[in-house]
Design a protein around this ligand. Structure first.
Ligand code: C2E
Ligand code: CA
Ligand code: CA
Ligand code: CA
Length: 275
């Protein structure tokens, strides 16, 4: 049913009414937003477990609305995807990431999240290539994370796009692995550089033999297929000890750091180097 017409709302619970109204409002606000004024990125370190060093930061998008305040990406990304606003917003993210890289040591990479909708509604390969050229950024310093829901759409164009993105020289990570409906065969069919194991599988890893077995299996499989593994959502020393013993390559989570603002990155790196 359409939620447009007057009177439609009275068929819903008041709660539902409020949610719909907020969604409508955010839709409109998103369309009107001046990206540079309302959006910003925060950066979360990803640690190489062998070298015990930060190699990469993941860029995470934030929306600070002048009236509604901070809106969570879990709320606004789906709206941006539905309305198509994700295309200009996604390109803005890529450009900001490339600009950010300029003020960081050459050994540091930044990973940007790509929405499945950017593959559908945009020529994403052309966009990435153009932003890299315009900002004079070496492709290998930009990593791209895509969620596995994308793979459900098992089409040729996607396959070709992923290949072309890799050919540009950027590493591609499969994000949130294990949360969708994809099968292990996707891992083999599409060439990824990294698999990011969702924090769902790490949460109870210290207590659950099942979780431990799942993570170990993913790590082994990734290794066999020539991919590296990143574990997301590492919050405790115990989780870190376990995943390290399993041979995971990289880790990310509150144990190391929450996402930090741009101007805190250099300080973070300096502090981390000394340890
Ligand atoms: P994601 O790509 O899986 O990002 C990881 C999320 O986990 C981030 O939430 C991060 O703050 C959170 N996180 C990191 N470490 C921990 C931990 O130790 N414990 C817990 N509980 N959480 C942790 P955030 O920033 O709220 O982002 C949520 C989602 O929004 C992201 O999930 C991603 O799917 C989407 N998103 C964020 N930025 C962008 C973007 O620029 N483009 C697109 N398309 N999606 C984005
Ligand atoms: Ca991600
Ligand atoms: Ca993730
Ligand atoms: Ca997630």
């Amino acid at each position: 049913a359409k939620a447009d017409g007057r009177g439609v709302y009275r068929f819903y619970e008041p709660d539902m009414n409020k949610r719909l109204q907020r969604r409508r409002t955010l839709e409109t606000e998103l369309r009107a937003a001046n990206l540079d004024e309302q959006f910003y990125l925060v950066f979360q370190p990803i640690i190489d477990l062998d070298a015990n060093k930060v190699t990469t930061f993941e860029a995470l998008l934030r929306w600070r609305h002048p009236v509604h305040g901070e809106v969570s990406p879990d709320e606004f990304i789906p709206i941006a995807e539905d309305t198509g606003a994700i295309v200009p917003l996604g390109e803005w993210v890529l450009r900001q990431v490339c600009l950010e890289l300029k003020s960081l040591p050459e050994s540091i990479c930044i990973a940007a999240n790509l929405s499945p909708m950017q593959f559908k509604r945009d020529d994403i390969v052309e966009t990435v290539a153009r932003v890299l050229v315009e900002t004079d950024t070496p492709a290998h310093r930009l990593e791209l994370e895509i969620t596995e829901t994308l793979l459900l759409e098992d089409n040729r164009k996607l396959h070709v796009d992923l290949k072309r993105l890799r050919k540009l020289g950027s590493r591609i990570s499969l994000d949130d692995f294990g949360t969708g409906y994809s099968s292990l065969s996707y891992l083999q069919r599409f060439a990824f550089d990294k698999v990011k194991i969702d924090r769902l599988f790490i949460k109870d890893i210290a207590k659950s033999a099942d979780q431990a077995a799942i993570v170990q299996t993913i790590v082994n499989l990734a290794f066999t297929l020539g991919m590296t593994t990143v574990v997301e959502g590492v919050e405790t020393e115990e989780q870190l000890r376990i995943i390290r013993a399993m041979g995971c390559d990289e880790a990310q989570g509150h144990l190391f750091s929450k996402p930090i603002p741009s101007d805190a990155i250099v300080g973070y790196l300096a502090e981390h180097e000394r340890k």
